[in-house]
Design a protein around this ligand. Structure first.
Ligand code: GLA
Length: 632
């Protein structure tokens, strides 16, 4: 159980003891709660076998990719993880529970004692300056055992021998994979918790041992999110124990379900925010949407993962370089893991140039870890702005449509002064240009233009919190019951076609904390005054902010005009390293915004608490930390 879960349970117990059903109110902690364990200070980069080979993977293909990463110079640019996905296993040996490798496709894993070992494989990768990643499942069985039944490389043997997932073997498997075999990265899938219902046709036809689903792919309400979190937390604990040097990455793969978009950051290095990407424009939009408005939930050590890249196939192949560049640019801006999944032994230069764009890699790998914020939002075009560690901006102008689009880029989108020149450098063509105030950019169908930006900051002596999401941890977003996110593009389901209900995604997260907008995607507004900068969040929330040497925190706060609950009052409080440093009186709907200022000099963790007196069965209160900023 994570520290946060423990605190929430403690809060819930207190709430039960109270006479009214008032909500448990968060309290300042004075310690950072987001996950920082593991080696993912910046988003992981490398190669993954899945989109390239599915279960038809083998040693020659993986080593070929590894060699190409080195030979093509991609490894030097940061693509170091070589991740073997589903398909590597033969069975679990029942005498001692040890996992046995399919040596037919991984010949070097064969040992004279029959134990099989990946040690030689990982040694070779390490010898090439690379790192090694492996795949497993958090349940009994893995995804290929449900979805790749035609595969020649499915686990073999009795039902028990075919239980290749971690369930019941967490420490044993993780010790084997990390201590004995020397892996550095583990992807942990979740089909074992979703697809093997005891009475299902799949289980009956294939003689599996069933497991009552803890993830219901079609229903968030029927998913046991707390149980799923607990299972992943147990894996995290075992990984930490097996890796005292902290050199490991924990990639969680439960496809945005079980409310992972809220708790993933407390548990692992990255978490999938959606279903599997397919090489279609529509699927790319879907996966992008699932992560792009979750900036406040990611940061150094913990990243939103909209899935491995599909550059090189379908709508993103060498005949669709505009789309391929867009896919890469968006993933770079979102601080997504950059995992190439293509047969690199035969990659054309045009694709190598995309994965190898050093400027965009630097955007993705910036140490501040600020995921881009959506500065302009529509179904047609979006403007993403990312603040780099040295304070300069990168902006991406994204045309979602199949028609040309005109986009006005304003200084205010960039939080730069409108009366001073702004210099743009195109990160694909490297061409430079200058504008003052605003400029119009024409985008080809599906095109994304991306620029590095230099200009005079609106806030000369500090930063708005919405510019530094990587320094923020949403310790509690105040969401009462996880709600489905309605903002994700709905594609024709690549698996079920129009037989499905129109891919109604079961991704919770609606109502979560947002940069420069309310939790329900409205403009920030208090008593009829709008704020371009600020944090929107629900009442009974706790935001943590890392203070990197600033002296003052300031904001203009109040209940947001869009709040569904207009009957209650909210109190804003600021804590510095656990000590109260500023507080407002209770503020109601319609009350004028209040300025709040706090001396935070020398303090490391600033906590922003918004508490209200609403009952659990009421609508939440929406609050705005307008112009929330750190200043010198
Ligand atoms: C799931 C995952 C994919 C891949 C396959 C392997 O679908 O989401 O990324 O790992 O399983 O079977």
């Amino acid at each position: 159980m994570t520290l946060k879960t423990k605190l929430l349970i403690a809060g819930a117990v207190m709430a039960l003891a109270m006479p009214f059903s008032a909500l448990a109110q968060p309290v300042a902690k004075g310690v950072w709660l987001g996950n920082t364990d593991g080696a993912a200070k910046t988003p992981p980069m490398g190669w993954n076998s899945w989109n390239a080979f599915r279960t038809e993977v083998d040693e020659a293909k993986v080593m070929g990719a590894a060699q190409a990463l080195v030979d093509d110079g991609l490894a030097k640019k940061g693509y170091t993880y070589v991740n073997l996905d589903d398909g590597w296993w033969l069975k679990r040996r029942l005498t001692d529970g040890r996992m046995i490798i399919r040596t037919q496709i991984f010949p070097s894993a064969s040992t004279t004692d029959g134990n099989t070992s990946f040690r030689g494989f990982t040694d070779r990768l390490h010898g090439m300056g690379l790192k090694a990643g492996l795949y497993t499942d958090v349940g009994h069985n893995a995804c290929s055992q449900a979805y790749d039944l035609h595969s020649p490389n499915l686990p073999e043997g009795t039902a028990e021998e075919r239980q290749v997932g971690l369930d019941g073997h967490v420490s044993q498997d993780i010790n084997l994979y990390f201590k004995e075999w020397g892996f550095d990265y583990l992807k942990v899938d979740a089909c074992g918790l979703a697809d093997f219902a005891p009475d299902s046709k799949l289980v009956k036809d294939n003689g599996y041992i069933g497991l009552t689903p803890e993830i219901d792919r079609a229903s968030l309400n029927r998913t046991d999110s707390a149980r799923v979190e607990q299972r992943y937390a147990a894996v995290a604990a075992a990984l930490k124990q097996a890796n005292p040097d902290n050199d490991y990455v924990f990639s969680m793969c439960n496809w945005g379900m079980a409310n992972v978009r809220e708790w993933g950051k407390d548990v692992g290095s990255s978490w999938r925010t959606s279903s599997d990407i397919t090489p279609n424009w529509s699927s790319m939009l879907h996966n992008y949407d699932s992560a792009v408005k979750r900036a406040l939930y990611a940061g150094p050590g913990h990243w939103n993962d909209p899935d491995i890249l599909f550059i090189g196939a379908g709508d993103f192949d060498a005949d669709h370089l505009t789309e391929a560049r867009t896919h890469f640019t968006l993933w770079a801006m979102m601080n997504a893991p950059l995992l190439i999944s293509y047969d690199l032994r035969k990659a054309p230069q045009s694709l190598l140039d995309i994965w190898g764009n050093s400027d965009l890699i630097a955007v993705n790998q910036d140490p501040a870890g600020n995921q881009a914020i959506v500065a302009y939002d529509s179904d047609d075009a979006q403007i993403l702005v990312k603040t780099m560690a040295d304070g300069h901006k990168v902006v991406a102008l994204f045309n979602r449509t199949a028609s040309p689009a005109k986009v006005n880029l304003l200084a205010s989108h960039l939080k730069l002064k409108g009366d001073a020149p702004i210099q743009l450098t195109d990160l694909w063509s490297k061409a430079g240009s200058t504008f003052t105030g605003e400029t119009e950019v024409e985008l080809a169908p599906h095109e994304t233009r991306v620029f590095s930006v230099q200009g005079a900051r609106e806030l000369g002596d500090g930063v708005y919190l919405s510019e530094i999401p990587g320094a923020i941890n949403v310790a509690d977003d105040g969401v009462r019951e996880p709600q489905l996110d309605p903002t994700v593009h709905r594609m024709i389901d690549p698996w079920a076609g129009t037989h499905s209900g129109g891919s109604r995604p079961q991704y919770a997260g609606w109502g979560g904390a947002q940069a420069d907008m309310t939790p329900y995607a409205q403009a920030l507004q208090i008593a009829d005054h709008t704020y371009d900068s600020g944090i929107g969040v629900l009442g009974n929330s706790l935001l943590q902010v890392k203070n990197d040497g600033y002296a003052t925190f300031r904001a203009t706060v109040g209940m947001d005009d869009s709040t569904p609950n207009r009957d209650r009052a909210v109190t804003f409080a600021v804590y510095a390293d656990g000590k109260l440093v500023a507080k407002t009186p209770p503020l109601k709907f319609g009350d004028a915004a209040r300025d709040i200022a706090a001396d935070i000099a020398g303090h490391k963790i600033i906590e922003l608490l918004a508490t209200d007196d609403s009952a659990a069965n009421e609508q939440p209160v929406v609050v705005t930390w307008g112009l929330a900023r750190l200043q010198k």
